[in-house]
Design a binder for this molecule. Sequence first.
Ligand code: GLU
Length: 282
Amino acid sequence: MARKVGFLIVALALVVAVFGSGALAADTLAAVKAKGVLVAGVKDSLPPFGSVDPNTKEFVGYDIDFVKYIAHKLGVKVEYKPVTSANRIPMLMEGRVDIDACTMTKTPDRAKQIGFSYTYFLTGQKFLTKKGTVKSLKDLEGKKIGTAKGSTSEQNVKKAVPSATILSFDDYPQGVLALEQGKVIAVTTDESILAGQLGKLQKNPATRGKYEIPDIQISNEPYGLGVRKGDTKFLDFVNATLLEMEKNGEAKKIWNRWFGPNTDSPINRGKFRITADRMGLE
Ligand code: GLU
């Protein structure tokens, strides 16, 4: 009897170790339906992708709207968990979130650790600077540049401007503060994110008209939703949902809501088309 109990305890410990560590790809589709909630890793200070509306205190944005649609289709509620560029992949792998919807670029390196959905947004890396200070990459040489820890932006800028000193913050708004304080000459990341930060600077009378995003692009950044590696049923569901959103016009509606002609987004000039058009190609 004692032996049997001992065996059970060992077996239980093993189950906890395996599932608890996320080492075994669980069936998130079934798990989310069973618990009635989809836990989404999102950004909380990066408009127009993920931020908290100061009035309603609700999470809003392009990434948020994709998550909402997926949860609605699953018939479950959403719980948003703020993530950073550095902790979003560990959080997913450890089972602390079910899906990452957080301005995350699909890269072969990251795809070794997690699974990616079809591309649902495409942008490219640029720089946010004080007006007239940076005209080409040369102007950045040997200077200090801010970005976020654990981002592709951090890796790309090190390659594009090897002589620069890169200051990596937890998130981009901290980099923008450093730019305002003159501690860095530029903040670098995806143009779509910089546009949101520039929008904030434009709204403030003290900083209005003083900043810009020069036309210097150093990479392409296709965004994917992140799921656990090997979580095939869930990934298939997410991808089928994205295709449905593309077909029924929902993806376009979301694009228009955050980047369309009726928004104040500086990237609504048609240069960046919704990449939902390209879903299924990658
Ligand atoms: N899209 C880039 C990345 O995934 C930069 C934005 C971010 O840090 O979330 O790293």
